[in-house]
Design a protein around this ligand. Structure first.
Ligand code: G4P
Length: 536
């Protein structure tokens, strides 16, 4: 029987981040294929097929064929227990995508080789960078024409501000794609494109030194010459490989491959599992001490709350990232924010396409706890004499805003209740114009689809119809000054900047463009603005 420490050491918990269409779903599918978790591609997300993805819990997702909610997939491979935190890749992603990153120990960033670093990648990257977690890059779609690999590397470094270390190097691309050169083993992994998208068979690998005649035959003389030049340049110019720099999120190992043709996925997985960290210690915000993941006492924090996953039960599920020790179904734990002991009666894990009941789980794992409405995002659960409390989850800046008001003014009570409860759950953020009442509220969301989710849930759960008036604001900033230090009403702002407050009374400013933010800081030297809201 493996010990608790062995169980925890075998865990790798990570998120895959990308701009929509870069290939995150395809890569996830291929990773699952290696483990035998799914038999057919298309099970993760049935964008163009009738089969729906494992995470398609809500009707709205089914109608549109996209994933709105993030799910967790757990599987084992080569003695590792892998938890993939799936994050919605569609343009209409939500704050949950960001929150999920708070529960990951590492991230895999998928980049479309033809497009490079795209907008959503930048946003997700910045949240990972905020936490200093290791970030691995997978440059995808090598079977298509891609941009010059040196350009791509340079773009990653310049746009994202992270150093890179190419682990392998592509040999041609598109029609001329021949494989990759593995820099550590100095082997060439040859590509045998047979169009079998689900293939898990190993493609040809030859041990050949650069310059060998055998390589001329395998990849063609011209490719061979170009490869030799590239490798000489890389070996001379690129950063040294430094595992500490990888682990602290300063150096991103870069892999080239093609998820669709399943090329380079397995070598990537192997290297990733070797280099990615096992669950690392989290800090107890009360004492400032690190909480050892292998400690006897169990602890964890809620990073996401999901309502209505199961129509028949209308329950809420609080997703808990276990930070230390072992979880057992039915165990008692102390809910720090609620100041009382609870029986953790139901543990569920998201596994393939059903919710399996979890009997035990370890640091690094995610469990879904039945939530009768007692948990909030950021709450800590723990056992043992000393109560730990993990730092909360920051509030991420919404990018879309609308004024929401009820159609039937007699339903004011339900409207206020619904808005407050949904905001508390973290589905949307609500703001009030300073000095105004609750007749209408300003709602901010990270992805526009959240507006529809909000309207649908207000209607079905609170029986309230609402009117939505889109607002032209695009940027929000929290005012970081102490309230005594600064009178918000006296700030010198452009006319289209709005002063608002959130549910906790924090003051914020809504801007119609980044230019207005600069204007505000230039004309109010004492003003300190923050992109992330107070930690709960
Ligand atoms: P996402 O989750 O990041 O949004 O991307 P997804 O995996 O859904 O991939 C987006 C599109 O890119 C899909 O095509 C997919 O087949 C394709 N793709 C993914 N990896 C590769 C690759 O390595 N090479 C090539 N050539 N294409 C790749 P689609 O036609 O838009 O979607 P579908 O109809 O196949 O689902």
């Amino acid at each position: 029987m493996p010990s608790i420490a062995d169980e925890i050491a075998s865990r790798r918990t990570f998120a895959i981040i990308s701009h929509p269409d870069a290939g995150k779903t395809t890569l996830t599918e291929k990773l699952l294929l290696y483990t035998g978790s799914i038999q057919t591609a298309g099970s993760v997300k049935g964008k163009s097929s009738s089969k729906h993805a494992v995470s398609d819990w809500m009707d709205i997702e089914k109608q549109r064929g996209i994933s709105v909610t993030s799910s967790v997939l757990q599987f084992t491979y080569n003695g590792c227990c892998i938890n993939i935190l799936d994050t919605p890749g569609h343009q209409d992603f939500s704050e949950d995508t960001y929150r999920t990153l708070m529960a990951a120990d590492a991230a895999v960033m998928v980049i479309d080789g033809a497009k490079g670093v795209e907008a959503q990648t930048v946003k997700l990257f910045r949240v990972c960078a905020l936490r200093g977690i290791p970030i691995f890059t997978f440059v995808n779609k090598l079977d298509h024409e891609i941009r010059d690999p040196f350009d791509l590397i340079e773009e990653i470094e310049n746009v994202l501000g992270i150093s890179t270390y190419p682990m392998n190097w592509p040999i041609g691309c598109g029609q001329n794609f021949r494989g990759v050169f593995d820099r550590a083993s100095r082997h060439v992994l040859a590509f045998e494109g047979d169009g079998r998208a689900n293939a898990t068979k190993k493609v040809g690998e030859i041990e050949a030194s650069l310059g060998d005649a055998a390589l001329d035959e395998l990849i063609g003389e011209e490719n061979h010459r170009a490869l030799m030049d590239d490798i000489e340049l890389l070996d001379g110019a690129a950063d040294e490989f430094d595992l500490d720099a990888v682990r602290s999120g300063k150096l991103s190992p870069v892999f080239f491959g093609s998820a669709l043709t399943n090329f380079g996925v397995e070598p990537f997985l192997k290297d990733f599992l070797r280099l990615a960290p096992a669950p690392s210690p989290h800090i107890d915000a009360v004492s400032g001490d690190e909480v050892d993941p292998t400690a006897d006492d169990f602890s964890g924090f809620v990073f996401k709350i999901q309502a209505n996953m199961d129509k028949n039960h209308r329950d809420r599920i609080a997703f808990l990232r276990i930070c230390s020790g072992k979880f057992e179904r039915g165990m008692e734990a102390f809910h720090v924010q609620g100041d009382r002991k609870l029986k953790l009666a139901t543990g569920t894990a998201m596994m393939a396409d059903d919710r399996a009941i979890v009997d035990e789980a370890y640091a690094g794992d995610i469990v879904g706890l039945f939530d009768p409405g007692i948990f909030s995002i950021g709450d800590t659960l723990c056992t043992g004499k000393r109560h730990v409390r993990f730092a909360g989850i920051p509030t991420f800046a919404p990018e879309h805003f609308a004024r929401i008001s009820q159609v039937d003014t007699l339903k004011r009570k339900q409207f206020v209740k619904g808005m407050e409860e949904l905001a508390q759950e973290g589905a949307v953020q609500i703001f009030r114009e300073i000095g105004a009442g609750m007749e209408s509220v300003i709602v901010g969301v990270v992805g526009v689809l959240q507006f529809e989710v909000l309207e649908q849930r207000l209607k079905s759960e609170y029986r309230v119809e609402v009117r939505r008036q889109p607002l032209a604001y695009s940027d929000i900033r929290w005012i970081a000054n102490d309230p005594e230090e600064l009178d918000v009403q006296k700030l010198n702002l452009t006319r289209d900047t709005l002063r608002v407050e959130d549910m906790r009374g924090n003051k914020l400013l809504l801007f119609t463009s980044p230019w207005n933010i600069d204007w505000a800081t230039e004309h109010n030297p004492a003003l300190r603005l923050s992109e992330f809201g107070n930690v709960t």
